[in-house]
Each structure stands twice: as structure tokens, then as C-alpha cells.
Design a protein around this ligand. Sequence first.
Ligand SMILES: Cc1cc2nc3c(=O)[nH]c(=O)nc-3n(C[C@H](O)[C@H](O)[C@H](O)COP(=O)(O)OP(=O)(O)OC[C@H]3O[C@@H](n4cnc5c(N)ncnc54)[C@H](O)[C@@H]3O)c2cc1C
Length: 403
Amino acid sequence: MLITLCYTSRKGENIKVYNLVVLGAGASALMLVSQLCKEGFNNILVLDHNAQIGMKIKVSGGGKCNVTNEKVDKNNYLGESSFVKTVLDVYSPHDVLNFLKSEGVEPKIRSLGQYFCKKSADEVINVFRKKASCVHFSLNEKVLKVHKDKNFILKTNRRILEVKQLVIATGSPAYPQVGGSDVGATLARSLGHSISAFAPALVGWTVQKDQFWMKKLSGISTPVSINVGHKNLAGELLFAHKGISGPAVLSASLYWKKGMVEIDFLPHKALKKLLSQKNKQISSQLGLSKRLTKSLLKAIGVEDKPLVKLTQQEWTKLALLKAYPLSPAGNFGLKKAEVCSGGVNTNELDAKTMQSKLDKNLYFIGEVVDVTGELGGYNFQWAFASAVVCAKSLILYRKSDDT
Ligand SMILES: Cc1cc2nc3c(=O)[nH]c(=O)nc-3n(C[C@H](O)[C@H](O)[C@H](O)COP(=O)(O)OP(=O)(O)OC[C@H]3O[C@@H](n4cnc5c(N)ncnc54)[C@H](O)[C@@H]3O)c2cc1C
């Protein structure tokens, strides 16, 4: 039942009491309700301040939704690794692909194991729309705050509701232009949870004055590998007018807080092997584009000349091509970030249920939890797996309640 009863508060407000309410109609919420509808749940209320469901799915993967990855491992995530593993083990990339296939959607694999929709992300949204037949979506309804009385008392821009079981699936503040908000942190704090502050991730870096030369290469892309802390992220680096971006930088940004990173502009190549012809100019042997080579050599202070004329000091400087030091000035900000790191601390959640350890009627799923994946389909995989874990727990609860 959607509503169990309705009463008038002391202030004269008409308050309805709901059994189960899900906040947010994004990736994790949609996977959750699809599982619950299949098990015969009825009239679940899902609130979202957007006018449409699944808006981040719609804009994801350049409009084609990189829905998962061939290989998903706890090491692709920033978060408590045993928590991440417990959740991911319940629902694999194969399960995601089978779920979509059952409705005739068969994403195709591209480079680096990434699965994308053939036509558009709408293929995924339509599957969820079809599977959400037991849901009442209340769109354009903004959740403002919550507190716990006997049940949860939820305030939205339209009304006050009382809720027995609450799932918070409101994601992160990344990409506010399609509904990203930090309301999840506000709600979690009001209910006694601690939060690691949300911060933009999978986002380009702005650069310091010393690296302004990079901005002049705007539009050029080159394969690199980036060392950040103990992590090494490989892929394309795209020079942009604000700084640097591209898949390798986006994934590296997940692990960067401050300080130096190192960029290898000649990944998988040994410098000495590349530079083997003593009478030829350095630039002709690096195998990089002319403009990039010229700028790189200038940045490391080496003149382009035949190898035989290089001093020992210049040889040492050339090694910087494989470990170019860069201290990002900052990042492109929330409006450009695909996700946020941070969220509800996982030590206050049960990885086997996604249930709050502080309140058995409260659940958190998806990006609102302090687990964030690299670029490549890992974030949808997390959203879906955490949703399925939560669904299993709600289904079990209902069965035990029925007996
Ligand atoms: C541009 C872009 C491209 C991306 N591409 C990919 C990709 O290809 N592959 C991948 O794995 N991941 C990708 N991601 C990340 C992925 O979209 C998210 O990690 C995922 O959607 C998180 O799911 P979620 O359910 O936790 O949150 P969301 O899908 O963000 O859903 C949260 C919902 O809560 C709603 N909400 C927020 N605040 C309120 C409020 N106050 N009241 C009511 N409703 C509210 C929002 O409108 C939203 O619908 C991309 C993200 C962006 C921004």
C-alpha cells in the first residue's frame, strides 16, 4: 500500500503516512524499484526534483551511457575496499548486461572494456521506465529536510510526509545542471550520520602559471599515464583551454587531493630505445605530434637538436618526458565533474544490506555513499549493485513482516 493512513497535524497540515519512499529517481533508485516491482511491491513513492527520471543516465557517456565495464574490481574505486567488494560481489557487470538484455537492450563493448548503448542512453531509461510499473513518481518535488520522530518526517517544497522506510538515493552535487545536489548530505546529517565532504571528481584540472603552455595546445589529445599517489592511470590526455582533461586526467582526478602528480608522455616506451639515432633531431624520434613535441621540449628546457649534441644535463632533463611533474591548480568545478568523491561514511552502513547502522528503516544507495569509481562504467555498476543489495534487504524485510 502506498499510504497506510492520513492525519491532521497539530499545525493543521494534512499528513499522509507512507510505507516506503525512495528519494531521487536516478540510476540507483531506478534499479532498486525495478527489483521491488518484480517481487510484487505496490505503489512505491519515488520523489525527484527533476521533471524527468534518470537525467544523469540521459547525459552519460556522451549520450550513449557507458553502462558498465567488462572488468570491475574494488581497486577501480575510491572507498573502503572490503565494503566496496561485498557490494560489488552481489551484482556483476554480467548481471547488468543480462538485466538489459531481457528487455532487448544489448550494449556494445568499446575500448578498455567499456559497454555503451548502441543508439542512445534512452534505451536504458526506457528499460527502467518499463520495469517501474509499481511506482508512483512524484516529479518536480524537491526534498528539503527530514527528521526522525516515530517515523521519518520529510519536508518537500510541496508537503510534509511521514515515512516508515526511507531510501536516500539522491546522488551527489556533481552536474547541478541535471539535478545534482548535496541534499543527501543534509538529510544524512539530520539523521545522525557523518559525511565525508563531497568534492568534484572525474573532472579536468586547471594548471599553474608554469603550465600555461598546455592551454595553447587546446584540442590536442595524446596517450599518457599519470602517477597520482600509489595509483597509475592510463588513457588519453586532452589539452583544454582551461587546463587538461580527457579520460586519464578524469580518472586521476579521483585520487588527487593536492600536491604533485607525474605525467608520462611516452607511456610503454623506453626513452633510450626511442632515441636511438644519434644524428637525428630529438623531435623526429619521439613519435608525438609536432606542436606537442615543440611545447614539451620547451617546457623541460631542452633545445631540439641531434642527439650527439646533447649534454649530460639535457639527457637528464629529457627523462622528464616520462615523469613530467605537475601540481594542478584546482579542477574545473562541480558543473563539469561527472561525479563527486565523498558521501555517507561506509562504516555507518551495513554492506550486506545498505542499511544504516543507526536506524534499521533507513538506507543509502548509489553515489550518496562514500564510494566513487573511476571513469569507464564503474559508477553505474556501483549504483546498480548497491541498489540490488538494498532491494534484497527490503524484500527480506517484507517477507518477514508478512509472516
Ligand atoms: C555528464 C555525466 C556523464 C556520466 N557518464 C557516466 C558513464 O558513462 N558511466 C558511469 O558509470 N557513470 C557516469 N556518470 C556518473 C553516474 O551518472 C552517476 O554516478 C550515477 O548516476 C549515480 O547514481 P545515483 O542514483 O546515485 O544518483 P543520480 O543518478 O544522480 O540520481 C539522483 C537523483 O536525485 C535527485 N535529487 C537530487 N537532489 C534532490 C532533491 N533535493 N529533491 C529531489 N530529488 C533530488 C536528482 O535529480 C537525481 O535524479 C556520469 C555523470 C555525469 C554527470
